[in-house]
Design a protein. Structure first.
Length: 210
């Protein structure tokens, strides 16, 4: 009996405890935190989509989506964002192969396309507000401005993030931490692209149907 207890004690001593192993590496913690952020963002957009679906017919006698939306402008916005996702992927490939010029070029095109998308969206908002189609006009417009505006805000933050990352590439080169941050940005940008496909389908395509 004593021998068995001694063997068990030796086995426990041989295995390092959680405290002896130390905390997880910072890279793993940051990656885990980023995925939590990305998933929580998707959950938030899912809630906004659900709210819009419930309120889309609540126009209170005001203008409807069919009267407000310009399909041509929305098509250009969609093309800009889809192509920017492609150029962001090219930038990621350039980062992996440590080609600085190709990285800057991919980032510049991605930034320009994202900025074009954002400017077109802001012009759409301003045109709607100019004719009285404000968020206060109806529940439909409140849900519209909240959903589309939230996506636009994310695009704006993504552009700032991309600009900061290019400064870091210029200062630190392709250090491991810089590559990891650029990978996180790429995932974030592709996620925005996926969300916009949902916005384009639910808001702008289904919104003009009778």
């Amino acid at each position: 009996m004593n021998v068995a207890v001694a063997i068990d004690q030796i086995s426990e001593d041989a295995l390092p405890s959680a405290s002896e192993a130390g905390p997880a590496p910072k890279r793993i913690v940051v990656t885990y935190g980023f995925w939590i952020f990305l998933l929580s963002d998707i959950v938030m957009f899912a809630a906004l989509f659900a709210s819009y679906a419930v309120l889309v017919r609540s126009t209170a006698g005001g203008p409807t989506g069919a009267q407000l939306f310009n399909q041509g402008t929305v098509a250009i916005e969609t093309a800009c964002l889809l192509v920017s996702s492609y150029t962001c992927g090219l930038m990621s490939l350039a980062v992996n192969s440590r080609r600085r010029l190709a990285t800057y070029l991919g980032a510049l095109i991605t930034f320009a396309l994202g900025a074009t998308f954002l400017s077109l969206e802001l012009r759409e908002f301003s045109n709607m507000i100019a004719i009285g189609a404000t968020p206060q006009r109806s529940a439909f417009l409140s849900a519209f401005f909240t959903l589309v505006g939230c996506h636009g805000l994310h695009v704006a933050l993504g552009l700032i993030w991309l600009a900061v990352m290019m400064v870091q590439v210029a200062v630190f080169g392709f250090a491991t931490r810089v590559q990891h941050r650029l990978l996180c940005f790429s995932l974030f940008w592709h996620a925005l692209d996926i969300v916009w496909v949902g916005v384009f389908t639910v808001v702008y395509l289904m919104g003009v149907s009778p």
